[in-house]
Design a protein around this ligand. Sequence first.
Ligand SMILES: Cc1cc2nc3c(=O)[nH]c(=O)nc-3n(C[C@H](O)[C@H](O)[C@H](O)COP(=O)(O)OP(=O)(O)OC[C@H]3O[C@@H](n4cnc5c(N)ncnc54)[C@H](O)[C@@H]3O)c2cc1C
Length: 454
Amino acid sequence: MNEQDFDVVVIGMGPGGEHAAGQLARAGLTVAGVEARLVGGECPYWGCVPSKMMIRAADLLTEGRRIPGMAGASVVSPNWAPVAARIRAEATDNWDDTVAADRFTDAGGTLFRGHGRITGPGQVSVGTEVLRARRAIVINTGTSPAIPPVPGLTGTPFWTNREIIEAEDVPRSLVVLGGGAIGAELAQVFARFGAQVNVVEALSQLLPAEEPESGELIAKIFTAEGITVTTGVSAESVRYDRNDGFAVSLKDGSLVSGDRLLVATGRKTDLPALGVGAIGLDESAHWIPVDGQMRAAPGVWAIGDVVGHGAFTHMSMYHAEIVINDILGRPHHPAEYHAVPRVTFTDPEIGSVGLTEAQARKQIRAVSTAISQIPTSARGWIHKAGNAGFIKLVADSDRGVLVGATSAGPTGGEVLSMLTLAVHAAVPVQRLGEMIYAYPTFHRAVADALSQLG
Ligand SMILES: Cc1cc2nc3c(=O)[nH]c(=O)nc-3n(C[C@H](O)[C@H](O)[C@H](O)COP(=O)(O)OP(=O)(O)OC[C@H]3O[C@@H](n4cnc5c(N)ncnc54)[C@H](O)[C@@H]3O)c2cc1C
């Protein structure tokens, strides 16, 4: 065993871990970063970045297909190869993280490749190395795809987000288990590139964490684009045959089949493998509980997906800032979750923040809501093809502030920013209604909805 002392040991170099490790090293602390796969985590290699590159390509194709009705004739034919090549290049050639690793070591950090395991207070082992953390252990181990216990699934060559992101060909047909953000985004990409896509969601709507109107809108768009959508039914069993591909029997007796199967049914942590029992934490828990400073135990902080406050890169980075300040003894606000923004990058984009109407009605005495439609707004009317969307506001009528909002539309994720600010800073609804909204923008639909709140 080789023992080394550091001020801070960061286990898992996802977006927040990489950021915290680099910043703490730049601040003069001795920092060890431990990474089992690639520095940067899921987001740059198998998550946000490559999936959004695929989406950008699929959206361009679809915009091209809209040209005939809007700007004359055009011929647009899909070609997946350049998309796959760009993703491969962006993942610095075959999923190599040299650039990210160099960024950390240039900041003065020491990188350990391998699986980190907590073996006692202030102690992490990586292979034959024992790293002692004088000041802090920061856990940023993220999540991996959760595979549901569907009979027949284990042992088949199903895809998760990792394999589909690495796909070099578009399959003729694709079954997507799970209609959340990841499943919905990738279903639309592959359908637009020519696959016959079937999406199966066990809950009653697509995008189950979002407003029912969001799920309905995306189901309508998917159906119009030729994607088959089944909701409220789960998979009963899976059969795979090398020649015939996948056949998924659903609990309503129906059967869906495809050359490929994407499992996008959620994410899971692996706390036993991390050894958190050695610092008194419950290894059977789904997430690591933390306080507002992201502290999980004396001398231990946890950030990102692993704490269960939202599996988003911006959440991991937000947590990292809190931890950097807390470890360096700088003043900072504790973590707040009343205005967490989230965007599903389908076309139309579904941006949302804070509470849904159903969540608000459980927590708040007097709730009022309003909806305005993008197609009947001036900008939506001008935009025409691809203008589907709406703004939904959820207000606490007693306090006179928004507690949640959805912005669905061609740039729903961008329009969301003003709604995030309104919920975050509790800007009075009356004051929001007095603001000047540039004409003719998509965000003027926010003013239309506000006028209904009175
Ligand atoms: C297809 C897809 C699309 C997504 N799109 C978006 C999006 O558009 N916007 C968004 O905000 N989020 C998106 N996400 C979510 C986003 O990728 C994650 O929330 C983000 O990566 C933050 O995760 P994290 O910081 O918790 O760590 P992760 O990124 O999960 O990284 C954790 C790291 O820890 C390492 N690790 C784990 N255990 C150990 C151990 N014991 N020892 C050493 N290393 C270990 C892992 O190898 C990994 O590199 C998407 C995810 C997927 C799968």
